[in-house]
Design a protein around this ligand. Structure first.
Ligand SMILES: NC(=O)C1=CN([C@@H]2O[C@H](COP(=O)(O)OP(=O)(O)OC[C@H]3O[C@@H](n4cnc5c(N)ncnc54)[C@H](O)[C@@H]3O)[C@@H](O)[C@H]2O)C=CC1
Ligand SMILES: CCCCCC(=O)/C=C/C=C\C=C\C=C\[C@@H](O)[C@@H](O)CCCC(=O)O
Length: 257
C-alpha cells in the first residue's frame, strides 16, 4: 500500500510511539488524524509537522478512546476532512496496575471501540475503501509480564482480537487487514512512569528494572518503522511483529483451531 493520498487515524498520537507512528506516516505521504487526550502535545506535534509538510497533512482531534461518543465524532471529522479512512493505528494505551480497570478500559475496550466504529467507514461492504488496522500490542501480549499482570492481560486481549479480526475480515471480504506490533521496552513516558504504576506489585519494581537491563530498550522510531511495514505490506494480515532491542521477527502462533 502506497501512502500517498491515504488517510490514517492514530490514537495516542501526541507522545511516544504514537508520535513516532504519526511522523513516519506523514513522512511517507499519508494524511493523519492525531487523536489524543493530550490536545496540547498533539497540537505541538502538528505545529512541527506543519512546518515540514504543510498544515493540510494533519488534523488534531481531542479524543478519549474510553468514549464511544468521542471516537465516533473523531472518525466522522476525519472522514469529512480527508474524504475517508484507510489506516487505523490503535496505539493509545496505559500501564497502571493501581488503576487496572482503567487500564482494561483503555487498552482493550478502547481498541475494540475504535475498531468497530472505524469498520463503518472502512468496510468495503458498507461503502468503505478497505485498508488496514495496526494495533500496538506488546511483548507482554505474547508471554507473562510478572510486574504487570493486568497490563499483560490487556495486551494478550489485543493479540487475540487482532488475530480474530484478521480472519473474520478475510472471510467476510471487508477488504481490511489487521496486524499488531509487539514491542519490548520502549523509551517513552510510559516506561519512565513504570515504577510508580505498579499498584500492589510495587515491591517488584526492581525486577522490572532488571528485565530492562537484560533486554535493553528500543527507540519509538524503530517501532514506527515496524508499524509502517505492517501498514504497507499488503501480504500481512493477522501478523504480529515482535520488536526487541536489536531484532525484529514475525511471531509464529501454535495451530489450535
Ligand atoms: N513504552 C513501552 O515500553 C511499550 C509501550 N507499548 C504500548 O505502546 C502504546 C503507546 O505507549 P507509549 O508511547 O509507550 O506511551 P506514552 O505514555 O508515551 O504515550 C501514550 C499516548 O497515549 C495517550 N493516551 C493515553 N490514554 C489515552 C486515552 N484514553 N485516549 C486517547 N489517548 C490516550 C497519551 O496522552 C499519550 O499521548 C501503548 O499501547 C503501550 O501499551 C507496547 C510495548 C512497550
Ligand atoms: C517482557 C514484557 C515487556 C513489556 C513491554 C511493555 O509493553 C511495557 C513496558 C513498560 C515499561 C517498563 C519499564 C521498566 C522500567 C524500569 O527500568 C524502570 O526502573 C525505569 C525507571 C525510569 C526510566 O526510564 O529510567
Amino acid at each position: 500500500m502506497a501512502l500517498n493520498g491515504k488517510t490514517a487515524v492514530v490514537t495516542g498520537a501526541a507522545l511516544g510511539i504514537g508520535r513516532a507512528i504519526t511522523e513516519i506516516l506523514v513522512q511517507n505521504g499519508a494524511k493523519v488524524a492525531l487523536l489524543d487526550v493530550n490536545e496540547a502535545e498533539a497540537k505541538a506535534l502538528k505545529k512541527a509537522l506543519d512546518k515540514q509538510y504543510g498544515q493540510e497533512k494533519t488534523i488534531v482531534i481531542k479524543c478519549d478512546v474510553e468514549s464511544e461518543e468521542q471516537i465516533k465524532a473523531a472518525l466522522q471529522k476525519t472522514a469529512d476532512t480527508f474524504g475517508g479512512i484507510d489506516i487505523v493505528c490503535n496505539n493509545a494505551g496505559i500501564l497502571n496496575e493501581g488503576e487496572w480497570e482503567k487500564t482494561v478500559s483503555i487498552n482493550v475496550l478502547g481498541v475494540i471501540k475504535v475498531t468497530y466504529l472505524a469498520l463503518k467507514h472502512m468496510n468495503k461492504l458498507t461503502g468503505g475503501r478497505g485498508g488496514v488496522m495496526v494495533n500496538t500490542a506488546s511483548m507482554a501480549g505474547l508471554g507473562p509480564f510478572l510486574t504487570c499482570p493486568v497490563y499483560s492481560a490487556t495486551k494478550h486481549a489485543v493479540v487475540g482480537f487482532t488475530r480474530s479480526m484478521a480472519l473474520a475480515s478475510a472471510v467476510s471480504d471487508y477488504g481490511i487487514r489487521f496486524n499488531a506490533v509487539c514491542p519490548g521496552f520502549v523509551e517513552t513516558d510510559l516506561k519512565v512512569k513504570f515504577p510508580f504504576k505498579l499498584g500492589q506489585f510495587s515491591h517488584l519494581s526492581d525486577v522490572g528494572k532488571e528485565m530492562v537491563e537484560q533486554m535493553g530498550t528500543i527507540q519509538p522510531s524503530v517501532v514506527a518503522e515496524c508499524v509502517l511495514e505492517l501498514v504497507t505490506d499488503e501480504t500481512k494480515n493477522g501478523d504480529h511483529l515482535l520488536v526487541k532491542h536489536n531484532e525484529k521477527s514475525y511471531v509464529t502462533f501454535p495451530e489450535v483451531l
